[in-house]
Design a protein around this ligand. Structure first.
Ligand SMILES: [Zn+2]
Length: 264
């Protein structure tokens, strides 16, 4: 049995107690939907686990903690919408909203945000100043625009580090690709990575690009199709932006606030 939406602690508790499916026993862990499980954690708390991340933790019936662990994806958003009292809406960045329409009270989302129920209303325990993140993203956007400009007129460079992108953590990848973008150095590996993240391994577009890229002729800029350019831009945004903004592919780096700084 799976459950479409369970937005109250009592509902989840009952779900884990549902004796029809557990031979009369209360269970520790039970599937809610695709890749998503409800599980009992310490001292009465209940977690909603998506893959390896507890995206929602009901600490008690009046305290809920939300955590994307850098996976600011449509799926994470969907699970929070379905298994917590909140809705995630994007307006520039993610906001925790108290109703589906996104109108009324809303609070900027960050990993680990804790909502508590006071006088029957949910409020966050902490509202951090995220203006440094916003400034960083505005600056990053300008760097990306600048790096993408005239991309058809410049040959792509060969960077062996970029080719090993799969072996890098999101944090290392962020640092490495940021250096490329700041120096307007777009490598063959950056495009390969973007195509594969966008279309997937074994997809026709990926194979097409790889066939061109491995002929040892760096594909000159003017052979980059609009599709490859748009995949590259999308990937640069996913890798380089900081904070809770929907990411199309993969995990965004989780950088400590003090590392969110604007490059000079
Ligand atoms: Zn590189």
């Amino acid at each position: 049995m799976t459950a479409d939406t369970l937005t109250e602690y009592a509902e989840l508790d009952a779900f884990l107690h549902d004796r029809r499916y557990t031979r009369g026993k209360s269970v520790q862990r039970k599937k809610l939907c695709n890749n998503t499980w409800a599980e009992r954690l310490d001292e009465g708390s209940i977690g909603i686990r998506l893959h390896d991340t507890d995206v929602v933790v009901w600490v008690s019936d009046h305290e809920v903690r939300l955590n994307a662990d850098g996976w600011f994806t449509a799926t994470t958003k969907d699970r929070i919408d379905r298994y917590s009292p909140f809705y995630i809406r994007q307006n520039g960045r993610w906001y925790v909203c108290l109703n589906r329409s996104g109108e009324g009270a809303r609070y900027p989302f960050f990993d680990g945000i804790t909502m508590v129920k006071r006088d029957d209303t949910w409020v966050p325990t902490d509202v951090p100043d995220l203006s440094a993140e916003d400034a960083q993203n505005r600056m990053t956007r300008r760097f990306i625009d600048r790096a993408m400009r005239g991309i058809g007129d410049r040959p792509l460079t060969n960077c062996p580090v970029c080719l090993a992108w799969k072996a890098m953590t999101p944090e290392l990848l962020h640092k490495h690709i940021l250096d490329h973008v700041i120096t307007r150095d777009i490598s063959v590996g950056m495009v390969s990575m973007s195509i594969e993240r966008r279309f997937g391994e074994g997809h026709f577009q990926t194979m097409l690009w790889n066939a061109r890229a491995t002929r040892r002729v760096s594909p000159p800029g003017d052979t980059i199709t609009w599709l490859e350019r748009s995949a590259l831009r999308r990937t640069l945004v996913d890798i380089l932006y900081v904070g809770a903004i929907t990411s199309k592919h993969g995990r965004r780096p989780v950088l400590p606030q003090e590392e969110v700084c604007i490059p000079a």
